[in-house]
Design a protein around this ligand. Structure first.
Ligand code: KIV
Length: 277
């Protein structure tokens, strides 16, 4: 049975009912169609595609064009899944006008369901400008990869009373500014709990412990496909990279041995071919 696509109203409803939900990344049509066939509720076309799809060291170089190129096939592949389009670094920091016009472009050119942008209280004006343009905004606080170097690298955030309180304040202000949900990345579990309890919108945790409303993971991480790096918070629910390497090696072996393609995989019609040489 096809699943029912989440609506904007479901986000608050699920939070109010204490109903947990799930969220993964996809950057291409095939992966999107696989997620669409699963029970997972939300897809993020994240700027993590910079590392996972394009081989960059970080997310800073990802462009609006990269995002649009990847969001479009995901929207085609997952018609029954809520789809989030990430706003890349540099597409919303400069001014409210830049933020609103790039958010409008992302929605207009891809038909995704909302945009996501990184930052706490310092981004309130940008968030209000985008919400004011009639676009659903998902916030992202805690470890914000686009500005990770200014946070001291890819490190757990909210580890002191002051920084934890700042995250709670960020979440409350983002909710007031109109965000319908917030990603909270890489914080101690108690901070995940405090942030989640402070707001009526869902907190979508990645490395934020078990007390948040939704769990987010990068698909290539949770399926064991990405070989470069595995953060502590990633559980590998499958070993797809190994299965792919094994499959490729079997193909190579049968090719060099001459056992592939057997008659089963060949067109076996007899043809009387005139001799030309
Ligand atoms: O781009 C991304 O994959 C993200 C997740 C880390 C939430 O923003």
């Amino acid at each position: 049975m096809a699943k029912t696509k989440m609506t904007l109203g479901d986000f608050k409803k699920f939070k109010a009912e204490g109903k947990k939900f799930s969220y993964v990344t996809a950057y291409d049509y095939t992966t999107a169609s696989i997620v669409n066939e699963s029970d997972v509720n939300i897809i993020l076309v994240g700027d993590s595609l910079g590392m996972i799809m394009l081989g960059y060291k970080g997310t800073e170089s990802v462009t609006m064009e990269d995002m649009i190129h990847h969001i479009r096939p995901v929207v085609k592949g997952a018609p029954d899944t809520w789809i989030v389009g990430d706003m890349p670094f540099g597409s919303y920091q400069v001014s409210n006008e830049q933020a609103a016009s790039n958010a409008i472009r992302l929605i207009k050119e891809t038909n995704c369901d909302c945009v996501k942008l990184e930052g706490g209280v310092e981004m309130l004006d940008r968030i209000k400008a985008i919400v004011g343009a009639g676009i659903n905004v998902m916030g992202h606080i805690g470890l914000t990869p686009q500005t990770a170097s200014s946070l001291g690298g890819f490190k757990v955030q909210g580890g002191t009373p002051e920084s934890a309180a700042k995250l709670v304040k960020d979440a409350m202000e983002l909710e007031k500014a109109g965000c319908f949900s917030i990603v909270l990345e890489c914080v101690p579990s108690v901070v995940g709990k405090a942030v989640s309890e402070a707001v009526e919108i869902p907190i979508l945790g990645i490395g934020a412990g078990p007390y948040v409303d939704c769990q987010v993971l990068v698909t290539q991480d949770l399926l064991g496909m990405y070989g470069d790096f595995k953060p502590k918070f990633v559980k590998q629910f499958a070993q797809i990279r190994k299965a792919m390497v094994d499959g490729l090696n079997d193909f190579h072996k049968e090719t060099v041995e001459g056992t592939f393609p057997s008659p089963e995989y060949s067109f076996n019609k007899a043809v009387d071919i005139p001799k030309l040489y």
